[in-house]
Design a protein around this ligand. Structure first.
Ligand code: LMR
Length: 326
C-alpha cells in the first residue's frame, strides 16, 4: 500500500513537471534590421510558432548581427548554437559554387524573373546544394535588386575605376567590380556603415531596404538605381536539428516557416518601394537614374564575368536562369 502511494506520488510529480516543461528554444539569427523583409519574416515565424506549437517550441529572433554576424552564422548553425539563419545567396560559396548563379551581374530583368527561376525545377534543386554540408535549404526569401551607392556619382563604369567597394563574401561579386577596374573588399555587413562613414571605402552595393534601414544613405550622397544584381536569401536550418525533430512537430514548423517566407516575399517589393521613397524624402542622397546608353555600358563591362564562372556554376544552370526572364 505504502509502495503504491509512493509510486502514485512519483507519477503525479512527473506529469506535473511535463505539463510545465519549458518549451525548447529555437534560435533564429540574422544580420539585418527588423524592419526589412528578412526581419519581418523571422518575427512572423516566431509568432506563428508561438500560436501553433508554443507549448513545445519558442523561437527567439536575434537581428542586427547581435548573436552572430556574417562568417560566423553558418558555423554557429553547424555547431548547434542557432537553429535557423537566412544568409544572402552570395554567402554560401564556401559550401557550394552553384548558388553563385544568383550573383551574375545583370542576369535577371526583375524580381518576377528571379521568382520564376527560384520556383523552377533548376531553382528548387539548388535548395539541396548544401545538403551534404550539414545544412538544409528550406526556401528562398526575397529582399530585392541591388543598387550602387557611392561618395561620388556613378553613371558609367569608368566612374567606379579605382574606387573601393564593400562586397559580400562572393568571388563573383569581386569579379564584377574587378571588371570595372574598381577595388572590391569582402567585409561583414555589420561593418559597412562605419567603413562608409569614415570614408575607408567609397561605396557599396545593396538593396533599398538595407540602404535605408542601416542608414547607408546618410553617409553616401549618391545612389545609382542600377538594379544590377539580386540580393535574396536561403532560409537554412541544420540537418542535425531538423532530422531529429518528431515528424509531427517538423511538419508544423515547416508550415509556419513556409507561410512566413510567403509573407516576407509578399512585403519585399512594397518595402523596397517605400524605403526608396524615404531615402528620396530625406534629401540626404541623390538617386541617379541611368540612361539606356549608360546602363548598356555597365552591362557590357560586366558581361565577361558570366564566362569567367561558367565552369563553376554550370552553363545549363545559367541558361535556365536566363530563360526565367521570358
Ligand atoms: C549584405 O551583407 O549586404 C547582406 O547580405 C545583408 C543581408 O542579409 O541582407
Amino acid at each position: 500500500m505504502k509502495k503504491l502511494t509512493l509510486s502514485a506520488i512519483a507519477l503525479s510529480i512527473t506529469l506535473a513537471s511535463a505539463a510545465h516543461a519549458a518549451p525548447e528554444v529555437i534560435k533564429f539569427s540574422h544580420v539585418v534590421a527588423e524592419n526589412t523583409p528578412k526581419g519581418q519574416m523571422a518575427l512572423h515565424f516566431r509568432d506563428l510558432v508561438a500560436e501553433r506549437i508554443g507549448d513545445k517550441y519558442e523561437v527567439e529572433v536575434y537581428p542586427n548581427s547581435q548573436l552572430f554576424g556574417d562568417g560566423k552564422e553558418m558555423e554557429a548553425l553547424l555547431l548547434g548554437d542557432v537553429q535557423f539563419i537566412a544568409p544572402s545567396l552570395s554567402k554560401f560559396s564556401k559550401y557550394t559554387k552553384k548558388l553563385q548563379v544568383f550573383d551574375l551581374p545583370f542576369l535577371f530583368e526583375d524580381m518576377e524573373a528571379v521568382d520564376r527561376f527560384q520556383q523552377s525545377d533548376a531553382g528548387q534543386s539548388l535548395l539541396q546544394s548544401v545538403k551534404g554540408k550539414g545544412m538544409i535549404g528550406l526556401g528562398y526569401l526575397h529582399n530585392g535588386l541591388k543598387q550602387l551607392s557611392a561618395s561620388e556619382p556613378l553613371r558609367v563604369p569608368s566612374d567606379a575605376s579605382g574606387k573601393k567597394f564593400r562586397i559580400m563574401s562572393s568571388d563573383v561579386l569581386a569579379a564584377q567590380f574587378d571588371a570595372v577596374d574598381a577595388v572590391p573588399l569582402k567585409k561583414p555587413f555589420s561593418e559597412v556603415f562605419t567603413l562608409l562613414q569614415t570614408r575607408a571605402i567609397d561605396g557599396q552595393e545593396n538593396t533599398w531596404s538595407n540602404i535605408y534601414s542601416k542608414k547607408f544613405f546618410e553617409v553616401q550622397p549618391y545612389i545609382t538605381a542600377s538594379n544590377h544584381g539580386v540580393l535574396d536569401y536561403m532560409v537554412t536550418t541544420s540537418a542535425e536539428f531538423w532530422t531529429q525533430l518528431p515528424d509531427a512537430d517538423r511538419e508544423v514548423l515547416k508550415k509556419a516557416l513556409d507561410e512566413s517566407v510567403a509573407y516576407g516575399n509578399q512585403i519585399a517589393q512594397q518595402k523596397a518601394d517605400d524605403d526608396r521613397q524615404k531615402i528620396i524624402d530625406s534629401g540626404r542622397s541623390q538617386i541617379l537614374t541611368l540612361t539606356d546608353k549608360e546602363r548598356g555600358e555597365w552591362v557590357e563591362a560586366m558581361q565577361p564575368v558570366w564566362q569567367q564562372f561558367e565552369d563553376e556554376i554550370g552553363a545549363d544552370l545559367i541558361q535556365a536562369a536566363v530563360q526565367a526572364n521570358q
